[in-house]
Design a protein around this ligand. Sequence first.
Ligand code: FES
Length: 352
Amino acid sequence: MASPNSQTHETSLHLIDRHWVDFVLAHVNPLWSVVATKARLLEVRRESPDTSTFVLQPNSRWQGFRPGQFVPLRVRIDGVVHERCYTLTGPPSATTLELTIRRRPGGIVSSFLHDRLRVGAVVELGPAQGDFVLPEVLPGKLLLIAGGIGITPLYGLVHDVLARESNTDVALLYYAHGDRDFVFRTALDALAVVSPALRIDYVTGGRSHAPCDATTLARIVPDWSERLAYACGPEPLLEAVGATFAAADRSAWLRVERFGRKAPTVAGTAHTVTYARSGVVAVAGGSTLLEAAECAGLRPAYGCRMGICRTCRCRKVEGPVRDLSTGAVDDAPGRDIRLCVTEPVGPVTLDL
Ligand code: FES
């Protein structure tokens, strides 16, 4: 039986705010935390003129990942916390993490990472996410189609296939603007030399010169329609790939990962949105529920603003909404929704 003293001690511990503990720990070692997954920047490797790989040492709270997944990364820039999602490109077995990040023109976070984040700095990570991963049982043939920085998850899939020592035949079709824009080219070519089952075709040209129709595919990968396919890259390329697979009745064999997808906003009728906990009523028309909340002066948490990270998840008390990533309308009460990719299609009440 616990002594009165130990009971008091236990009660006290329960009362201690874990975030306060974290605050103290961070002063001893910025990597230590009882609540957050943190990582220290060990190295930055240049991959192409606008792309670098950031090598990070995570703390013990990191739970691992599967090749093809991404991770939310949080940094404080001039006092404001920003979050973005980046693909994990290193091997899952390594003790360090690798994020390969392209500098986006005007991108607040990518510019900060490239220009201001110094070796030794500590960032915060979320859990690895995403279902752009290979099946447990690998197919006999794979087709990987990458455009630009869309190579990052596919690079992980290539490594995954090779690490499993399977007999899977892999055809990688990689589009980029010019020769200098191919990320990982040296590493990929080295893998192709030692892995006869890996074949890589590089295609250069602007987006409008990156055909991915059935004729082009058949010329480069004659048996493309017999392969399970994964595609990641700019929207025009993905649309072309999607149309080609649909025309061949092969859509079920295509997995697509989109970067930088903006939540589409629809110019529609205005509807009343009640943010019940905040006691705020707003009118949303042609905007997502996240944008409407921000316009009403609220500050709900968000990360990617693309429907990926789920940071903006919120309980809808009632009312009809449309999920802009699927087009599905849902009128059922008590549902969790993502504010950044949801618009009202009638009066809505949120637990926010
Ligand atoms: S902010 Fe990432 S899902 Fe909404």
